[in-house]
Design a protein around this ligand. Sequence first.
Ligand code: 26M
Length: 818
Amino acid sequence: LALAPVIAPPSTADEFVERFLHNLNFDRGVALSASSANDRYLALAHTVRDYLMARWLEDVRHQKEVQAKGVCYLSAEYLLGRQLDNNLLAADLTEVATEALASCGIDLDELRAHEVEPGLGNGGLGRLAACFIDSLATMAVPSIGYGIRYEYGIFRQTFVDGQQVEQPDAWLALGSPWEFARPEDAQTIAFGGHTEKYDDEGVTRSRWVPAWNVQAVPYNYMVPGFQNGRVNTLRLWSAVATSAFDLRIFNSGDYEEAVRAQTYAENISKVLYPEDSTPQGKELRLQQQYFFVAASIHDFLDNMLADGFDLANLPERVIFQLNDTHPVIAVPEFMRVLIDERHLEWDAAWAITRQCFAYTCHTLLPEALEVWPVELLGRLLPRHLEIIYRINDEFLVAVRERFGDDEMLVRNMSIIAEHPVRSVRMAYLATVAGAKVNGVAELHSQLLRDKVLHDFDAFFPGKFTNVTNGVTPRRFLRLANPELSSLITAAIGDGWATDLERLRELEPFAEDAEFRTAFAGVKAVNKRRLSEVLRERDGVEISDGHMLDVMVKRLHEYKRQLLKVLHIVTTYEGVISGRIAVSDVVPRTAIFGAKAAPGYAMAKRIIHLINAVGEVVNTDPRLEGRLKVVFPPNYNVTLAERVIPAADLSEQISLAGKEASGTGNMKFALNGALTIGTDDGANVEIRELVGDDHFYLFGMSEPEVSELSARGYRPQDFYQADEGLRRAIDLIASGAFSRGDRSVFEPVVSNLLYEDRFMVLADYASYVAAQERVDAAYADQEAWTRSAILNVARTGFFSSDRSIRDYIDRIWHTPPLV
Ligand code: 26M
């Protein structure tokens, strides 16, 4: 076979222009003079792609050839963000491309703005997967990411009268230049039907007789490492109706039914479910999960193993990392393949399986733990249900052997729950099957072992471990904050983007007045850049001299956006009641960004409240413009890249023990925002690293929360005891933010007063006091900037490269390829 065409990286802008024009003419079929911005964006993307192609083909070949152990990262979500800038940077083409385009009279920024980001994830979990594949490529770890090519990603959020309205995210409408369809690598994925017993040389075995199937067509995406000549693969599966299946119905003459069946099959990869907690147990969701993991496992076994490979050696070749429970149906699928298709005995298959999977848990909220009703599983995947039952039977036998016939304990540890309906607990299945189970921050991993999975920790000593999350410094520092990046490089040289602990070398610069001035200047530039984006995007302005106080993350009650609303209302009420002199208000702009799951009514009401408070506060002349609320709709990765570098204050205010880690918290600290936060998730580790003087801690600790819960929490007590709190809540209840209509926010108010699951009222006083400390500190700009610099210098630990190193050391044992 001919060698892959090698396109050498361009040494000159002229070469780049030549390739760009070639792609514009021959790929897009237009002349430069007649081209649209989309044409030029696509031609540019193709040009970048071309330069990465030779490395990609080589890496794919090499990874297969060496047969080293590699990671298959299984994730239902990848929240990638825009690709163009990232890939230009990775290929070290940014300068050449800028110059080349300028010579054609094209502004690179205009083309950047044209890219629609692939929003194939909900929030933290999906973005973490995207950071991890970036680090895996940058560290040259043999690996592949597997997921779903949703035709519609996370919905586009708009506000109508302050309320969230969802629009479909047709991210593929104008074409996606970064993907390569590989229909020749399609897998057939079966569903439904029944199992039957048969005799295999005197042994009774079970086999699956499915009822229908779909084609899983893979699309490959390049995942370039940062300037290291490596290109890994992200492989996302798309569902297509199988012709055999259609033909049968077509031939029966029922045309309408055939078309309906096709639509049904292709629905599987149609849309990302927009819940990021409280799974709904929908059949289509289970179909999505099985669809992508079955395709991925078969893809790996078919394509990555040498001929005649002995399956007993699989644990030396692969580890499947389960990103939460969403891909856990991979466990019984893997068992089914080994036993039914590859004819291994149960014990041999189980011995392999137990070493080939590891599970990452991302939550502690009980309602977020996935369970699948046995009725549904049995209907969709009958053979898998049998296998799960047997795994459970053998596990419970072992539990009894070890712990005695403690029926209560056995019931609590069973993979099968009996109430309210008989269901499979996917987290338990993953824990039993996984070689390792990890939480995503120290506190979270500790709580997993002490509480949620306590009995499992006792049964499987050494299985539980921690890998604290991280974020890619390429996207979230180097690309998002070019000014700070230049300043850092000027101070400590380059190399930090792949060795982030080197930021420590910035510490002495915190004492350097000149450096502090430069650092403050960078923050000012970033605020102006954000202001421009918001003006263009939403027609809102950010006033000069304001502290930017930012809370961006999914809307969830446990994250407590309401706490911040109460603080804003407290300041507002103080001014209009005359108890606070307006001249004493430290000028602030509170920025919110948050999507609510479409079915989460309380979260949507809170969005409405934030907008309603904003409308009143922003226009009341008594505040003299000193307090502003800005809530740009459709917060996404692209907006995050502008907001985070501009922030002064990062709000990480979840109830202690509820936020598994958080990763936004890391991005803000790395970009020089100070955190106001609870002792929760990775906040704990951030505070330990930056030091108490440079972090605004407030609120109850997790043991205090547990204790208050056990004593019986009564939000009324806090309401009665705190005048400021009472005034704030009463103002909302009075209809002051709803044109006098008291009914609009009544459900929010009564929820706070009578339930308040996440103890907003209990932490209110401590939060307001911490905000007062923030105000006082911000008044001393030199000291604030010093703290900000120390935040940058001391948070290099939160690089996702470090997370990946921890996964390699503690779980995967997959050394980088040299
Ligand atoms: C489940 C079933 C059906 C539909 C959707 C889901 C689902 C999707 C996403 C459930 C949870 C999902 O994400 C949870 C998540 O994002 N967790 C966050 O993970 C981050 C990375 O580890 C942590 O930093 C956050 O603390 C944690 O909340």
